[in-house]
Design a protein around this ligand. Structure first.
Ligand code: TLP
Length: 352
């Protein structure tokens, strides 16, 4: 049993660093709804620059960021093409439909996190047919969470951008973990973001800030996104207190994601050594490890038994289990996790 719980449920469980706490305590603040919070303004400028976009907007969560982007791009009755495994479609409570009257046109995600161009082509509606909703937007995700944290290449993003241009469509990137993607691909993050009209990235996942995400795009898009954020009640006043941690996150926490990737690799290779575990090592490219069991034990039962031994993982449904590495996890924790997994698998064998 580890001395403290090893929490691999998500990189959202990361706690703020001491430097973030200090920056939060010292943050200069103002009323951000008036555009007068200097720390929020600084974070937005920094984020826009990092993403290679003209402007950015700080929001409370990735979900709010994606929703503001969809509301800014789409009118009521428009259609947004989304992957069937995407976070926007599966885990954001259908917000763009509930609040924006945006219809989702769902196409299958490929195992590598992409949407096939043939599927996109088939999903685009006839613009002048009054029977059809108007296709407006394509939503991509990078890294792709449910596909195992896989990184989607700049070449693919360029091909979708060209497709979108040809069809008069816009592209939004759910880049909750886009810095993980850039690191895995060995490219600057702008190589990924330059192909899309808007991108949302999270400060509160691998980058370890306590709260917040940023949406980036051109000035006009951000103006509309700010209106959407206000409609959603997301105008946050002296938000510099939390934006200060976001600045530390962007400035100091990006490069260390490499440690999370190395730990995920170590975990995945260890898991692959157990004959009871099915895992595709090719898909372990960043900080997410997804695997299944073939010893007859259900995923929720396995996760419950790990929890009793102090290791927390997520049951993703469909027999899949997810472990995510992050700032609070080191190589020693991975070694302990593998020992706990081994013990749990042995216990199941003895009982079976
Ligand atoms: N993902 C969370 C859960 O909601 C599943 C996680 O633990 O991974 N886009 C992607 C790709 C995400 O993975 C998430 C969070 C979001 C958007 C939403 O971000 P938040 O949680 O800040 O609203």
């Amino acid at each position: 049993m580890p001395s403290k719980p090893i929490d691999l449920r998500s990189d959202t469980v990361t706690l703020p660093t001491p430097a973030m706490r200090t920056a939060m305590a010292r943050a200069e603040v103002g009323d951000d709804v008036y555009g007068e919070d200097p720390t929020v303004n600084r974070l937005e400028e920094l984020a826009a620059r990092r993403a290679g976009k003209a402007a950015a907007m700080f929001v409370s969560s990735g979900t709010m960021g994606n929703l503001c982007a969809l509301l800014a791009h789409c009118n009521r009755g428009d259609e947004a093409i989304v992957g069937d495994c995407s976070h926007i479609y599966n885990y954001e409570a259908g917000g763009a439909s509930v609040l924006g009257g945006v219809a989702f046109h769902v196409v299958p995600n490929q195992p590598d996190g992409t949407l096939a161009l043939d599927h996109l082509r088939a999903a685009v509606r006839w613009r002048d047919d009054p029977h059809c909703a108007e296709t407006r937007l394509i939503c991509l995700e990078n890294t792709h969470n449910s596909c195992g944290g896989v990184a989607v290449s700049p070449e693919y993003l360029a091909s979708v951008a060209a497709f979108a241009r040809d069809h008069g469509l816009l592209v939004h990137l759910d880049g909750a973990r886009v810095f993980n993607a850039a690191l895995a691909l060995g490219v600057d993050v702008t190589e990924l973001t330059r192909h899309v009209d808007s991108v949302m990235f999270c400060l509160s996942k691998g980058l370890a800030a306590p709260v917040g995400s940023v949406v980036c795009g051109d000035e006009d898009f951000i103006r509309r996104a700010r209106r959407a954020r206000k409609v959603l009640g997301g105008g946050m006043r002296q938000a510099g207190v939390i934006a200060a941690a976001g600045i530390v996150a962007v400035e100091t926490m990006v490069d260390r994601l490499a440690e999370d990737h190395a730990n995920a690799r170590m975990l995945a290779e260890g898991l692959a050594g157990f004959p009871q575990i099915a895992i595709n090592l090719e898909r372990v490219q960043t900080n997410i490890v997804i695997f299944a069991l073939h010893n007859g034990l259900s995923a929720d039962e396995f996760v419950a038994r790990l929890r009793e031994r102090g290791v927390l993982m997520g049951d993703m449904g469909g027999g899949q289990i997810r472990a995510v590495t992050h700032y609070g996890i080191d190589a020693g924790d991975i070694a302990e996790t593998l020992a706990v997994v081994e013990e749990t698998l042995r216990e199941v064998e003895h009982q079976g």
